[in-house]
Design a binder for this molecule. Structure first.
Ligand code: SAM
Length: 293
């Protein structure tokens, strides 16, 4: 396969201690004190690394950007997975686009009604590295037998499905490279078609502080397709600004009406009924993104 990685995002590591995310448009960059680089390979799509940080445990780094850390991956994975799975009364077929760290898949199989989880990750090396070096996130031992791995572009995978999935989770990286198409209307139209008549999708919709234009566009585009669209937030220290957004789009069920009683909350570390109810209450600067002005 053609190598699509530009290598431009490769992380700067001074060989002793500090790894720096690439500087963004705000002149803001995070730096991580690193003890050790455990894995570092150039795949067909990106540079894939796992590092041992001083304070956040092990971290998955793609093209120089820290994607997830052992310290707070549970927050992201519980929020992107449990909300749609609790809103749907009987989720059986789940599809995850991206999500190569396997954390979302691991949460999805906590729901006893779930019969299959199709995990569609473009880069097998991310899954390989996560299963080997990030067991705290990906899980210890063999993945649950309900999880089926597909190594292909999520846009192509979803294009060939119709009315199949109860829940589609778009656990993508930032909207650059192969992930850019996962934030565009043609993909969302295909997701709509792939969902069952009462299906639900959720995507990570970036930081309302650093990427409000992305969140605004995702929300507006989904509104053109789905009758119910709800954005919710979580505090995730690893991501720039700490506040992260998710946007849920549903053909039938409204998370504000269904209530959180189906949440499989026993083994969770972040989401419970209180968090579920609170996460849809948005600050004014976020609500303003969704008003027509
Ligand atoms: N939870 C973390 C976050 O939001 O930063 C990690 C997300 S997960 C690592 C994102 C995954 O999406 C990556 O492994 C990347 O390879 C995959 N990905 C990017 N574009 C894709 C595409 N078009 N189809 C399938 N997977 C894709």
């Amino acid at each position: 396969m053609e190598n699509q990685s530009t290598g431009q995002g490769m992380f700067t590591w001074d060989g002793e201690s500090w790894l720096s995310d690439p500087e963004d448009a705000f002149g803001f960059r995070a730096s991580w004190k690193v003890k050790k680089v455990l894995y570092r390979e150039l795949s067909s799509f990106q540079e894939v690394s796992v590092v041992e940080t001083v304070g956040f445990g092990r971290a998955l780094v793609l093209d120089g950007i820290v994607q997830t850390t052992e310290k707070d991956a549970f927050i992201y994975n519980e929020m992107i997975t449990h909300v749609p799975l609790a809103v749907h009364p009987e989720p059986e077929r789940v599809c995850i686009i991206g999500g190569g760290d396997c954390g979302a898949a691991r949460e999805a199989v906590k729901y006893p009604t779930v019969q299959s989880v199709d995990m569609v990750e473009i880069d097998p090396k991310v899954v390989e590295a996560s299963l080997q070096y990030l067991p705290e996130i990906a899980g210890h031992g063999e993945p649950d037998s309900r999880i089926r791995f597909h190594y292909e572009d999520g846009t192509a995978f979803i294009r060939n499905r119709q009315g199949t999935d109860d829940v589609i989770v778009v656990d993508s990286s930032d909207p650059v490279g192969p992930a850019a198409a996962l934030f565009e209307k043609p993909f969302y139209q295909d997701v709509y078609r792939a969902l069952a008549s009462d299906g639900i999708m959720v995507c990570q919709s970036e930081s309302p502080v650093f990427h409000p234009h992305v969140l605004k566009r995702v929300h507006r585009t989904l509104k053109e397709l789905f009758p119910v669209v709800r954005t919710y937030l979580a505090a995730i220290p690893t991501y720039p600004g700490g506040v992260w957004s998710f946007t849920l789009a549903s053909k039938t069920y409204d998370p504000l009406e269904q209530g959180p009683e189906r949440l499989q909350a026993g083994a969770n570390r972040y989401i419970d009924r209180d968090v579920y109810q609170g996460c849809f209450r948005l600050p004014v600067y976020v609500k303003e993104l969704f008003t027509d002005r």
